[in-house]
Ligand binder design. Structure first.
Ligand code: ADP
Length: 449
């Protein structure tokens, strides 16, 4: 309830002053003393007025001090409420206002901190540009992408900071039209990358006052898309080649070659070979897909690698004998390793299979190991045809083959080495090759110790 006590105090004071003046004038009605009486009453009224105004101003002054502190953001103390009059009411209202203000400021600060955390930890680069094309703010991702620092760019014209006309055109367009715009850009300087640039206008009182750019590095996504397209194209091609042959031979057989004993048998043999190739290709693809999707955890056990190599070599006994190869397993006896035995058998099978397939008749294969600083390295060396230097960096890619026709002829799918690489990387190791074209190759893989 609003009580007009303060007002009442004032009115009461003035009434009192007038009353006292009347009493004094009446008391000194004697004319000679009238002047003295009036002077005294004025003096007293003045004194009383001073006293009343000092009493009234005291809490107001104190209130001004507190309100100034509130204005500076200091809400640590509240205005004491000494009376129940309007001044007291004002103190209560101001304290409540200060409390609300403090809560609002705290809320805004928390929201700002959250926004800042998002802004600074975003993988996407963010740039805020004002209406004049000056950089207002950038986040650390932008610093990394363009090799600039926040301090050195803020306040400067965008083009002076990032010399990319395409991005600047996007900013100009958004500032002029006030509409969202998105575009993919290939950047060659300062980095060779592909970015998706999303630009949104910033409005202030309904007018475009700036532009917010979110720059997303899509280089890897694009690379993966290309790889996926290549993979599908490669797989389709690899499947189509034997299928076309099978179709051709089956049609020839149906057209009468089946009755021709010699040709019929020969054609059926070719169909069987192509079917086997298809089978091998699909089984390699399934292996690769299972490894790439990390299907099932590695079944890590401790086993003797030398014994495993011996087992794999014995599986290839016929091929080794056919080529007259000299094979030496120089691994130390009881070479215990911690790995997935099934997967390691696959690695050794693929590498030894290649060392046999691409070897020269009467050549050699040597399997050895050496312990390096923090890993153990296995080497499978052959005296085969070797790999041309230009092909070496790509040899572990899926479907990459130096001589496609030769690889197919030898029953290869071009997936063996990529399977090897994946399995070794799953074991936190690495693979590599050194080759001397025409003289042989050394494939190696390591395991961390
Ligand atoms: P493939 O099924 O064709 O053997 P890989 O992925 O195992 O597929 O090998 C890819 C290619 O690498 C082979 O086609 C061959 O050109 C080359 N290569 C692999 N191992 C050897 C080796 N020991 N000597 C020479 N070339 C090799």
């Amino acid at each position: 309830m609003f009580k007009e006590r303060f007002h009442f105090k004032l009115v009461f004071s003035y009434l009192l002053v007038v009353l006292i003046s009347f009493c004094i004038v009446a008391f000194f009605l004697d004319r000679s003393l009238i002047f003295f009486g009036i002077s005294l009453s004025i003096f007293m009224a003045f004194g009383l007025g001073l006293f009343v105004s000092a009493q009234t101003m005291k809490p107001i002054r104190r209130m001004i001090q507190f309100v100034s502190r509130f204005a500076e953001g200091d809400f640590s103390r509240t205005i004491p409420q000494d009376s129940q009059d309007e001044i007291g009411q004002l103190a209560v209202t101001l304290n409540k206002m200060a409390q609300d203000l403090e809560n609002k400021i705290r809320e805004i600060q928390t929201k700002n901190q959250h926004l800042e955390a998002v802004f600074f930890s975003m993988i996407e680069g963010v740039i805020v540009v004002n209406g004049a094309g000056q950089v207002v703010s950038i986040n650390p991702a932008i610093e990394n992408i363009f090799g600039i620092t926040k301090r050195s760019v803020e306040g400067r014209i965008f083009l002076e900071v990032i010399r990319n006309n395409d991005i600047f055109e996007i900013i100009k367009r958004v500032l002029a039209k006030g509409e969202f715009f998105s575009s993919d850009l290939s950047l060659s300087y300062p980095v060779k990358k592909i970015f998706q640039v999303n630009a949104s206008p910033i409005f202030e009182k309904g007018v475009v006052s700036g532009c917010l750019l979110v720059i997303h590095d899509i280089t890897e996504i694009r690379k993966l898309e290309t790889m996926r397209q290549d993979f599908v194209a490669n797989v389709s091609h690899e499947l189509k080649t034997p299928l076309t042959s099978i179709k051709g031979y089956v049609e020839t057989l149906l057209d009468g070659a089946l009755e021709d004993k010699d040709h019929g048998r020969k054609f059926l043999k070719i169909v069987a070979e192509h079917t086997e190739r298809l089978n091998q290709l699909i089984s390699d693809l399934l292996d690769l897909s299972a490894i790439e999707s990390q299907e099932g955890p590695l079944k890590v056990t401790v086993f003797d690698l030398k014994a495993l190599v011996q087992k794999v070599l014995s599986n290839f006994q016929a091929q080794i004998a056919k080529k007259g190869l000299d094979v030496s397993n120089k691994l130390p006896s009881s070479l215990m390793v911690n790995a997935d035995q099934g997967r390691m058998e696959q690695v050794l099978t693929n590498l030894i299979d290649n060392a046999i397939k691409f070897n020269k008749p009467g050549g050699f294969i040597m399997i050895s190991s050496k312990v390096t600083e923090n890993a153990i390295e296995f080497v499978i060396e052959d005296a085969g045809i070797g790999i041309p230097p230009n092909d070496v960096p790509r040899i572990f890619e899926r479907f990459y083959r130096v001589d496609k026709a030769r690889s197919r002829e030898l029953g290869g799918t071009g997936l063996g080495l990529s399977i090897v690489k994946h399995i070794i990387e799953m074991h936190h190791g690495s693979v590599g090759v050194e080759s001397n074209e025409g003289f042989g190759s050394k494939f190696w893989f390591t395991f961390p110790l």
